[in-house]
Design a protein around this ligand. Structure first.
Ligand SMILES: Nc1ncnc2c1ncn2[C@@H]1O[C@H](COP(=O)(O)OP(=O)(O)OP(=O)(O)O)[C@@H](O)[C@H]1O
Ligand SMILES: [Mg+2]
Length: 331
């Protein structure tokens, strides 16, 4: 489990202060995969640097399985860092070392006996599906294979947390899914806690149990995927379930609603039950259906007839657990 409490990072530039993290709190339970998304400049890289202790936070704490990492002395720092494995966008392998030697590197650094290294490397090669590639050099591997080596190297010191910074941003869609499947498999096998920093919503849909949206150094939305998606007005929900193209505005003056529903409801005729109950025709302007993890989610943009009582329809939809945003509302 990783627990981040009120993490702040202020950079000083001459007399100016840049608040890169303005009090970030976050808890990821053991064995869960958490996504952190945010626009450029939101503070993602700063958060990664503070979590790995490459950068000391200005204030706040980071704890792994209850052990606080933020207040350790400099010579305890190396041990503390071993509890967090890092995976980067580019695997950053040593070109002159074989796959096996790359994976062995963090173990050599801490003086692990040779026989132990060999056994561990064999085990890791098997775990990431590269048993046949131990003797290959990075230049002989595909991008996806290199990322597998990077992941194996990150796991060499048996970390409690795997911190992945844009792990699939340099990969094609098929390889992206293979790497995400590998991360999920490792989580299942090792019960490791995973944090994925990404700008790709696909990664969140495919691999994450929960997600945070970072904006200007603050987490402005967070939660399990289904909770976030079922929150009316959530901007994460609308980016996770984009409507195709620019959803058209229909003729006529009836109110337009964005509705999102999940799980069992996605298989139930939500619209026809509304139509029957209020004896109205509903115009569907746009729609999207997505499978995320175990659940299916649907988002529809609908227009009610001008004669409908919008408030009653909205209340009914909410009463059956549908998230409703009236177009023209806040967001
Ligand atoms: N060493 C530094 N000195 C001064 N300001 C910094 C420093 N590092 C980051 N910042 C500032 O902190 C804020 C957050 O930057 P950060 O690099 O964490 O964003 P990011 O979310 O990783 O963006 P991107 O998606 O573009 O990588 C920005 O305003 C940035 O200019
Ligand atoms: Mg960055």
């Amino acid at each position: 489990m990783i627990t981040v409490s009120d993490l702040r990072k202020v950079y000083r530039q001459g007399s100016d202060e840049v608040v890169a993290l303005a009090g970030v709190s976050l808890e990821v339970p053991t064995g869960k995969i958490h996504g952190i998304v945010g626009h450029s400049g939101a503070g993602k890289s700063t958060l990664v640097r503070c979590l790995t202790l490459l950068d000391r936070p200005t204030s706040g704490t980071v704890a792994v399985n209850g052990t606080e990492l933020t207040n350790v002395s400099d010579n305890q720092l190396r041990d503390a860092r071993r509890r967090i494995g890092m995976v980067f966008q580019h695997a950053n392998l040593f070109d002159s070392r074989t796959t096996a030697q790359n994976i062995a590197y963090p173990l050599e650094l801490v003086g692990t006996p040779k026989a132990e290294i060999t056994a561990k490397v064999t085990e890791l090669l098997e775990l990431v599906g590269l048993s046949k590639f131990g003797k290959a050099y990075p230049s002989q591997l595909s991008g996806g294979q290199r990322q597998r080596v990077g992941i194996a190297r990150a796991l060499a010191t048996d970390p409690d947390i795997l911190l992945c910074d844009e792990p699939t941003s340099a990969l094609d869609p098929k390889t992206t899914d293979e790497i995400l499947d590998l991360i999920k498999k490792l989580r299942d096998r090792l019960n490791i806690t995973v944090l994925i920093i990404t700008h790709e919503m696909h990664v969140v849909k495919q691999a994450c149990d929960s997600v945070s949206l970072l904006e200007a150094g603050r987490i402005v939305e967070h939660g399990d995927l289904d909770t976030v998606i079922n929150t009316a007005g959530s901007s994460l929900a609308t980016t996770l379930l984009p409507l195709p193209g620019d959803a058209p505005r229909a003729e006529g003056s009836g109110d337009i609603l964005d509705i999102i529903y999940s799980g069992e409801q996605a298989n139930e005729p939500v619209l026809s039950s509304v139509a029957r109950r209020f004896d109205i025709d509903i115009n569907v302007l746009a729609g999207a259906v997505e499978q995320m993890g175990e659940h299916q989610f649907a988002r529809l943009r609908i227009q009610l007839p001008a004669t409908a009582n919008t408030a009653e329809v909205v209340n009914y939809l909410k009463s059956i657990g549908v998230a409703v945003t009236q177009k023209g509302d806040a967001k």
